[in-house]
Design a protein around this ligand. Structure first.
Ligand SMILES: [Cu+2]
Length: 319
């Protein structure tokens, strides 16, 4: 698809949502998380690393029918009623306790890729029971967490039980940026006449053939308002399937951090299923930009783009 048609789709998204962009946390660009209804809430490094060094996260596995947008609902398996699950934020050196209580009908567990620990800690536990993992986190980065259920783990993860866990560096302050979490995942199942996907189709999960791909469990994304020169930092987790080809239409990734590797001036960065990366980019000039999976542009008309717009974008002829 030609780039101008891609931007037209982004423009249509902006127009459809009324161009009432969410504003970054501050006007003087001190940075901080974006606030938007369709973004998973996050606190950021400063709030997380100045907090207590012992942190407890409470997760509840429960079944929930979610509105994905565009008239589609999905009977999901969730942590805390949301897909992706809540963002778990810790600071390097924190002792983290994750308590997972199973309020669902199947066995569920919890595996965080941020932890170096015995997999026997990951459960699963039967309905009505709780499990607890406690560990000191020693490696900064953005990590996937997900259900652990032995042989049927794949089905559980693909039903919605996954999210992002961020471990911020303690002794290195990140440069000011507007921040967001982007979790890419899929739904495996067809909608019925009412627009509801009644559950996960095990045949589709085995074939790894998604019905829908999405960012942050939504098919509609509110445009995020930015200013030329702003730095954006996106914490990416790819639940899968496949490699996510993270690209921002209209600019080049200034920095990509993946594990201990830092890369500069990257056009598109591949994040395999079960992994994460932190990408930073600047808004080069007045206009409209979009974070996409460049290998999933077929889903662009179904909202698989996170738009960034400057206040003056209408005057620049990009509408
Ligand atoms: Cu599970």
């Amino acid at each position: 698809m030609h780039i101008h048609r891609l931007l037209a789709v982004v423009a249509a998204t902006v127009i459809a949502t009324g161009c009432t962009g969410a504003v970054g946390a501050t006007g003087d660009f001190a940075g901080g998380p974006f606030k938007a209804a369709d973004l998973p809430p996050m606190k950021g490094q400063a709030a997380t690393c100045t907090g207590p060094r012992e942190k407890t996260f409470t997760l509840e596995a429960r079944e929930e029918t979610l509105d994905l947008g565009l008239g589609i609902k999905f009977a999901a398996w969730t942590y805390n009623g949301v897909v992706p699950g809540p963002v778990l934020e810790a600071c390097e050196g924190d002792t983290v306790t994750i308590v997972m209580t199973n309020h669902a009908e199947a066995f569920h567990g919890l595996d965080s890729h941020a932890l170096r620990t015995d997999t026997m800690q990951f459960g699963p536990v039967e309905p009505g029971k709780s499990m607890q993992i406690q560990k000191t986190v020693d490696t900064p980065g953005v990590f996937m967490y997900h259900c652990a259920d032995g042989p049927s783990t794949d089905y559980h993860v693909k039903s919605g039980l996954a999210g992002a866990m961020i471990v911020y560096p303690r002794n290195r302050m990140l440069r000011p940026a507007h921040e967001l979490v982007v979790v890419e995942s899929a739904v495996f199942g067809e909608a019925d006449a009412s627009g509801e996907i009644p559950g996960t189709d095990s045949e589709l999960t085995r074939k790894n053939e998604p019905s829908i791909m999405m960012f942050n469990g939504r098919l509609v994304h509110e445009p995020l308002t930015v200013e030329p020169g702003d730095l954006i930092r996106a914490y990416i987790v790819n639940v899968g399937p496949g490699t996510s080809a993270i690209h921002v239409m209209g600019t080049i990734l200034d920095t990509v951090t993946d594990g201990a590797s830092v890369m500069r001036n990257v056009q598109t960065y591949g994040v395999p299923a079960g992994s994460g990366a932190i990408v930073e980019f600047r808004i080069p000039e007045t206009g409209m930009y979009g974070l996409v999976d460049h290998d999933r542009l077929a889903y662009l008309p179904y909202g698989m783009v996170i738009p960034f717009v400057t206040a003056g974008h209408e005057q620049n002829g990009t509408k």
